[in-house]
Design a protein around this ligand. Sequence first.
Ligand code: NAP
Length: 344
Amino acid sequence: MITSSRPVRVVQWCTGHIGQISIRHFAANPTFDLAGVYTTSAAKDGVDAGLLAGIDPLGVTATTDKDKLLALDADCVHYAPLQPDIDDLEALLRSGKNVVTPLGFTFPRPDDEQTVRLQAACQAGGTSFHSGGIHPGFAGDILALVGSRLQSRLDQVVVTEVVDFSDAPSSDMLTAFGFGRDPEEAHRTHRLALDVYSQSIGLLATGLGLTVDRYECGLTVAVSDSDLTVASGVIPAGKVAGMCRRWEAIVDGRPAIVFQSKWKMADDLTPEIIGGASRYIVEFLGEPATTLTVEAKPSGGSVDAGRTWTAMSVVNMIHDVVAAPPGIQTHLDLPPGKPRGLFH
Ligand SMILES: NC(=O)c1ccc[n+]([C@@H]2O[C@H](COP(=O)([O-])OP(=O)(O)OC[C@H]3O[C@@H](n4cnc5c(N)ncnc54)[C@H](OP(=O)(O)O)[C@@H]3O)[C@@H](O)[C@H]2O)c1
C-alpha cells in the first residue's frame, strides 16, 4: 500500500492493443513510472516499450523473463494478455504487486477455486486485485449502478452494447465470436461468453440489493444477403455477419436486469441488429425513465475509443487499488475512482 505522492511504479503485462494504449498513457502521465514490460513474443524481447507502442523510446525494454519482472520493485501490474493465467496472477500478487486487469474478473464468486487462490495470494503479498474494462467492467456494472442513484423506482435495467466490427482487423476473437460461421454453429457456442457478463450482472444486482434466481440467454444471428467485404476479410452471404446476444437476470420471476450485445459487420443485415455507431446504452425503466449513453464523438480524434475506454477504465483505478487494503477489490469495494494525472 502506498500513500505518498511519488509516481506509481507500474509494469505493463503484454503489449497488444490494450497494452500499447497503456504504455503510451504511462509515458504521458507524470503520476506513473513505467518500470517493466512483459511480452510473450521472442521478437519483442529486448525491444524498447516506447517503440512497441509507436512512440519515442522510453528506456524500458520488454522482456519474456517473468522472474525478472516478479523480482522488480513495482507497485502495480496492468495485466492485459489474451487470456488469463492464474499461476502468473498468483505469483504477481504474492510478489507484492497489486494487479489491475480488463480480463473479466469483475465480480468473482467467493467459492470459485480461482477466487480462493487469488484472495490467498493477495493476503500473502499484501496486495489487491481489481478488474474493469468497458464491458464487462464499466458500462453494465459501475456506470449502471451509479446511474441508478438518479431513480426513484426501477422496473428493469437494460444495458446494450453496440459494436461495429466492420473496421476491426482479422483476429481469432472475431471467429470465436461467431462471425463468418454457419448460423447453426454460432447458436451452438453462444453460451460461452455468459460467465464474464454474469459477473457484471451479478455485481449490479448485488449493488441494487437483488438476488438473481437464474440467468436466461438468447441469441439472434443475422446474415448479409450478399458477400460482405470488411476489414477482416469477406463474410460470404448467408454466414453470420451480426448477432444479438441477450442475457437476462431473473428476479422474482421477471427479467430485472437485461444485458444485450449487438455486434455487427454492417447495418444492412437480415434481420437488422441495430444501426449506428459503437456505443453503450444503459436504460432505466421506471421513474423517471432514463437513458445514459457512452459514445465517442465522431470528431473527437480517437481512432480507438472502445479500446481506450477499456484500458483507461482499469489504469485510472490504479491509484485507488494500490491504496486499498489487501484482497480482491470489486467496484462495490472501491471508491468510484479518483483518476490522477489526466490533465497532462
Ligand atoms: N473488459 C473489456 O471491456 C475488454 C475489452 C477489450 C478487451 N478486453 C480484454 O483485454 C485483453 C487484451 O486485449 P487486446 O485488445 O490488447 O488484445 P490483443 O491486441 O489481441 O493483445 C493481446 C496480447 O496478449 C499477448 N498474447 C499473445 N498470445 C497469447 C497467449 N496465448 N496467451 C496470453 N497472452 C498472449 C500478446 O502480447 P505480447 O505480444 O506482448 O506477448 C498479445 O498482443 C484481452 O484478454 C481482451 O479479452 C477486455
